[in-house]
Structures are given as C-alpha cells and as structure tokens.
Design a protein around this ligand. Structure first.
Ligand code: NAD
Ligand code: LMR
Length: 335
C-alpha cells in the first residue's frame, strides 16, 4: 500500500523502500508553515519532519503527528533550532511577517531581513549541506542575505540555496487555464526573473495555449500573474497574504528537491538561484527553469526565445532585481 502510493506521488520514479529524508520547516506554526507541514506529512519521501518556530511549533507538531503516515514529527521552539536542523536534508523557510494592503514586499525587508539572517546563521552552523528553499519575502533580497551569510561562515555552495518562486508558476498555469477554459494540470508556464511585481516575467510565448494571447488580454494576464499576491492581500484585508496556495506551492517545490535527492532524473522547477544568466549585467540571482539533482542545482536553463513583449518585461525587471539583490548583500555587509 505504502509503496504503491509512493509510486503515484513521486511522479515517474518508482520507489519501494522508504527514503530516509529529514525535512525541517522554519516558521512552521505560521499561516504557510502549518498547511505546508501537513502536506509534507503526506509525502512518502519524508521520514522525519522537524517543525521549528519561535512559538507554537510543538502544538502544531503534536497535531500533525496524529496523521497516519509513517514519518516522525517533532516540534521545536525558541532556542531549540539546533535540534531541528541537525541532520536535515531539506530546509524550507516560511518564517517572517506577511504583507498588509498597501505594502510592497520590499516594505517587509526591515523585519524579515534580520529573521532570515538569524536562520541563515543557524543553518550554516547546523546543516550547511542541506538543500534550502526560502519562502520569506522579499525573496529577491532574502536569498542574497542567505547567500552572503553562508559566505561569511565559509560554507556557501550556490547549488544549495533556492528562492521559492513556485507560486508564480502555479498562478500562471491557473490563470491561463481560466481564460482558455482548459485544465491547468495540462498547462505549464515558465515564469522567470524574481518574485515581486515587475520582476515576475511569465514566458507565455513558450506555452502552446499562451502564445496566441495578445493585446488587452495579454496585458491583463501578465498583470494578474505579476500582482496575484496583491489580489490575495486585498481579499484577506489586513489578516495576511497567500498561505494555503503557498503551502501547496512550497510542498510541490520541496517534493521536487526530494525527488532529485532520491535520484530521479529530469526534475525541473523554476527557482531563484545564484545564476550566470545575467551576471554580466550585475544581476547575481535570477529565477529560471533549473534542473535539480542530489547536490541541488544540476543545470540552469537558458531562457530560450522571447517575444518582443517579453524582452520589454525583462528590461523592466533587471534594474529592479539588481536593486533588491544589492539591498540584501548590503544588509549582511553592514552587520
Ligand atoms: P505568518 O505570520 O502567518 O507566519 C510566519 C511565522 O514565522 C510565524 O509563526 C512566526 O512566529 C514565525 N517566525 C518569525 N520569526 C521567526 C524566527 N526567527 N524563526 C522561526 N520562525 C519565526 O506569515 P505567513 O503568511 O506564513 O508568511 C510568511 C512569509 O512568507 C512572509 O514573509 C510572506 O511574505 C512570505 N510569502 C512568500 C511567498 C512566496 O511566493 N515566496 C508566498 C506567500 C508568502
Ligand atoms: C505572494 O506572491 O502571494 C507572496 O509573495 C505574498 C505577497 O506578499 O504577495
């Protein structure tokens, strides 16, 4: 029974034995952390789930631990981060404050930069070889903060640190499915760049159902993909931002890391990584399709052919990305 479910859930890769992967979630008691942890509890590639938060994680862990899958779940809070991280293969980080209406993701920088830096120091000390997915906003700055902190600790491996941009891809597929009256499961849209407003670049021209979207309809869907997060922030009216769809997207990203760790070939996810693609233009990190392997980044894909509209989107994104990345780098340098 268990092996059969594994085969279904772990797409294209039959596994009969339980793989021994330890996943730690930092910020596990939050709006994203809880559904994400619940979904990870259902993942047959996870045998150990460590849930850490400054407060509340033991309660969340006790609750999730009653779900009848084989993995062991433990909660950690306050100063127990060492025990949560030691031996972790994958770390997913949704710790930090979310937006309220009227705020940009960059407005979260002052609070979240310190939170992320503290967690990066802990990860660099207790689990420097883990594959780490960062959800905390602003992703365009928090990923460079993580990278710079690892560099300062002498443990930086650019292949192991990922900004989670999966929600943009999930949204693009859903929104295109809506206008084309098609099942989103059959639609894959590559989204590149970063994770905020104009830095989010959907490559609709590379998708069969997307390439003939033109004019006003094109402008509208691009805007909706770039500002989908604002839609949720508005609808939640001050109580937070996307949590459930992000829990889903974070679980999908974690599953891709685990499938790659488990030896599956050809696992590709768009993600914001230390990337050669636009380094010559001063942009050290960029999201594009990345093939994942047991050591993290296996291959960073080129963007491929862009339409004239996508070239314009890229032109608008690069200076903003450069600014966001520099802000993260400068923050660590100033400490
Ligand atoms: P939330 O406030 O509901 O939860 C955040 C959790 O982080 C809380 O439980 C809090 O106690 C915890 N926390 C704070 N400091 C911590 C620390 N030092 N160590 C461990 N835990 C700590 O917020 P949320 O809605 O879950 O959002 C979390 C973050 O994710 C926000 O920054 C939000 O903007 C971001 N986010 C990113 C994406 C994306 O696509 N990358 C999508 C949605 C939200
Ligand atoms: C999202 O895209 O939903 C997240 O980045 C949260 C936000 O602030 O919009």
């Amino acid at each position: 029974m268990f092996a059969r479910r594994s085969t279904q859930l772990v797409r294209g890769f039959a596994t009969s034995a339980r793989a021994p992967y330890h996943v730690a979630v930092l910020g596990a008691a939050g709006g994203i952390g809880q559904p994400l942890s619940l979904l990870l509890k259902q993942n047959p590639l996870v045998t150990k789930l460590s849930l850490y938060d400054v407060r509340g994680a033991p309660g969340v862990a006790a609750d999730i631990s009653h779900v009848n899958t084989a993995s062991e779940v433990k909660g950690f809070e306050k100063d127990d981060i060492k025990d949560a991280l030691t031996g972790a293969d994958v770390i997913i980080i949704p710790a930090g404050v979310p937006r309220k209406p009227g705020m940009t993701r960059d407005d979260l920088f002052n609070t979240n930069a310190s939170i992320v830096q503290t967690l990066a120091e802990a990860a660099a000390t207790h689990a420097p070889k883990a594959l780490i997915g960062i959800i905390s906003n602003p992703v365009n700055s928090t990923v460079p903060i993580f990278a710079e902190t690892f560099k300062a600790k002498g443990v930086y491996d650019p292949k192991r640190i990922f900004g989670v941009t999966t929600l943009d891809v999930v949204r693009a597929s859903r929104f295109l499915g809506e206008i084309k009256n098609a099942d989103p499961k059959d639609i894959e849209v590559t989204v590149v760049g970063g994770h905020s407003g104009v830095t989010i670049i959907p490559l609709l021209s590379q998708t069969p159902l997307g390439k003939d979207v033109k004019g006003e309809e094109y402008k509208k869907i691009v805007h909706r993909i770039q500002f989908g997060g604002d839609e949720v922030v508005q609808a939640k009216a001050g109580t937070g931002s996307a949590t459930l769809s992000m829990g889903y997207a974070g679980a999908r990203f974690a599953n891709s890391l685990l499938r790659a760790l488990n030896g599956e070939k050809g696992v590709v996810e768009p993600t914001f990584v230390d990337s050669p693609l636009f380094k010559d233009q001063g942009v050290s990190h960029f999201s594009s399709n990345v093939e994942l392997g047991p050591n993290g980044v296996e291959k960073i894909h080129e963007l491929g052919a862009l339409s004239a509209e996508e070239e314009e989107l890229l032109k608008a994104a690069l200076p903003e990305l450069q600014k966001n990345i520099k802000k993260g780098v400068d923050f660590v340098a100033s400490k």
